[in-house]
Design a protein. Structure first.
Length: 139
């Protein structure tokens, strides 16, 4: 396999990570079917024998009825796990975090113009929840 096919991304084109030859192989198809069957069985058993803590509509949640944008954001983070530990680990979500912080600073009247040297520049970041936000606010 050429080196270029093993790359996930190049600067301007999306490259193939799993080739069509691999995808069409019997081994790949068998593994894909085993994983699919295991996921279906696990989902069935979990759905049948679990309390619906996982559901945002479960009445015991502090916030039982979430909006569609909130649910979609939650589902995307489950799939992609954008861990904002560093810009190298999360280039897109770090930019979104910076933009959200700037929007909040602007909304509350904090300076976001870095050219105004006589005023401190507001900043912020997204936390995993209220407890962490409260603890960080003490910092």
């Amino acid at each position: 396999m050429p080196v270029q096919q093993s790359l996930l991304l190049t600067s301007d084109k999306l490259k193939v990570f799993i080739t069509n030859t691999t995808r069409e192989s019997q081994t790949f198809q068998a593994c894909k079917k085993r994983v699919s069957n295991a996921v279906i069985k696990a989902a069935h058993l979990l759905g049948k024998h679990s309390l619906p803590f996982w559901s945002p509509r479960y009445q015991a949640h502090m916030c039982m009825d979430m909006s569609m944008p909130a649910l979609l954001g939650y589902f995307m983070t489950m799939i992609y796990n954008p861990n904002n530990v560093a810009i190298e680990a999360s280039p897109l979500t770090t930019v979104a975090e910076i933009e959200a912080g700037e929007q909040l600073c602007q909304m509350f009247g904090y300076n976001i113009d870095t050219s105004k040297l006589n005023r401190p520049v507001g900043w912020g970041h997204i936390t995993c929840g209220g407890t962490v936000a409260n603890l960080e606010s003490i910092w």
